[in-house]
Design a protein around this ligand. Structure first.
Ligand SMILES: *Cc1c(COP(=O)(O)O)cnc(C)c1O
Length: 419
């Protein structure tokens, strides 16, 4: 899979200060991240510190803690304990160029709180039209209610992007590849324009993770992830993260998260740390199978478009090759014509793909999608397509054997044709 980032520069200063040798590769980083001896003690993994109350040695000790809101300091359960701190540090260590990372109870919580950390009433927020639907709901819902004005833009129109800014534009929300439809954005170009205009660039980096797309090195200021997907990897825990490139932004994220009463359970943090160790191996395997399946789908007469950045021939493939160092198992395709009943028969006939939201787990999933009603800045289907080709299917490819998944998909196409 593609090139592998060397992470050669390390993080010169960071919120916490656990060390991994400067030139370590991704696998070495994933294995060692967050495992400071002061947190792990004599065992391999940071233990689960279940705590609301932290006890002080004496009154002087309590008073000293009261004035100290530094990272990695005991105070009260809401500020976490070593299990959560280890996860924050680990995520910083795998995100090239990150100063620090804040964790949240879900990816959605990370998105809304990061946006609230950088925006004020009266500000304009530019949102890419291919954003995850709950991100749009945040922008057009709670943020709008608190005085922020969301404006949506064409994810692929770099030339027109600069023209979308006004005096009040203070943040840009990117997502690449886009949810469901997989457009690959020219993130370095868009982020450079945003920086020039004085706006903060946030990127939903859930698809690639920093292993596949070093967002901060590509010009973004805040890299967001739903850890629920690849980091967990086992479909049994939810969480989100925001990693900031500099101390000022990191402090804003952390302060907002503290004021919002943000808490992540230590048990969940330990599960995330477990998932993190095997993430590169899972992503490589899933991306390899996804590439095989994408190529197979392209050859099927029932399929009009395969939406998969790692597939040569996909419109976003050149940008993916230029900017990404890896992929994952999430891809979509659009049926050639077809009916909703036929698509439902296809989905129902699958035996190895569960029907369900989320993705990035060890098991394969399928979900039908129709983004036409979600978008506001760009049409779906795109103007250059045959208008009949619009019924979408998203696949999350897991760790099953590729031949078995292809046989399952093949069976499902036969079921669709018999409707
Ligand atoms: C799932 C998802 C989220 C939200 O994450 P949750 O942990 O489910 O809240 C955000 N962005 C993208 C692209 C996602 O797929």
């Amino acid at each position: 899979m593609g090139r592998r980032p060397g992470h050669a520069q390390g993080n010169r200063r960071s919120a916490l200060s656990g060390k991994i040798p400067e030139n370590s590769g991704t696998g070495t980083r994933l294995v060692n991240a967050g495992r400071r001896e002061e947190w792990t003690g004599p065992v391999v993994n940071p233990p689960i510190w279940r705590a609301s109350t932290h006890l002080y040695a004496n009154e002087a000790d309590r008073k000293a803690a009261q004035g100290n809101n530094a990272d990695g300091q005991f105070y009260y359960g809401r500020r976490g304990a070593p299990t959560q701190w280890a996860l924050c540090e680990a995520l910083t260590q795998i995100e090239p160029g990150a100063f620090g990372t804040v964790i949240y109870p879900s990816g959605t919580a990370a998105i809304v709180q990061a946006l609230m950390a950088v925006l004020r009433p009266g500000d304009v927020l530019l949102v890419t039209d291919n954003a995850y639907e709950p991100t749009r709901n945040i922008a057009s819902g709670i943020l709008k209610r608190f005085g922020v004005e969301p404006r949506y833009f064409d994810p692929l129109d770099v030339e027109g992007f600069a023209g979308k800014f006004c005096e009040r534009t203070k943040a840009v929300m990117l997502e690449s590849p886009g949810s469901l439809t997989m457009e690959v954005q020219d993130v370095p170009a868009l982020a450079a324009i945003a920086r020039d205009k004085g706006a903060v660039t946030l990127l939903d980096n859930t698809w690639a993770s920093p292993l596949g797309f070093p967002a901060l090195e590509r010009g973004c200021d805040i890299s967001l992830m739903s850890l629920t997907k690849h980091v967990s990897g086992h479909s049994d825990v939810m969480m989100g993260s925001a990693s900031a490139r500099d101390e000022r932004l990191y402090r804003r994220l952390r302060r907002t998260a503290q004021q919002m009463g943000n808490v992540v359970s230590p048990d969940d943090a330990a599960l995330m740390l477990r998932g993190l160790r095997t993430m590169q191996v899972r992503l490589d395997r899933e991306a390899e199978t996804a590439g095989e399946i994408a190529t197979w789908l392209e050859s099927r007469q029932e399929v009009a478009h395969v939406l998969c950045p790692i597939l040569p021939g996909f419109p976003g493939h050149a940008l993916w090759k230029r900017d990404f160092t890896g992929g994952c198992g999430l891809l979509s395709f659009v049926l050639k014509g077809g009916t909703e009943a036929g698509r439902a028969a296809f989905v129902d006939a699958l035996e190895l793909f569960g029907i369900g939201y989320s993705w990035g787990g060890f098991e394969s999933l399928v979900i039908p999608f129709d983004p036409a009603d979600i978008r506001s800045a760009t049409p779906w289907p795109p103007a250059s397509w045959n208008n009949e080709d619009r019924l979408g299917v998203r696949l999350s490819i897991g760790l099953e054997d590729p031949a078995d998944l292809i046989a399952d998909l093949s069976r499902a196409f036969a079921a669709m044709e018999s409707v």
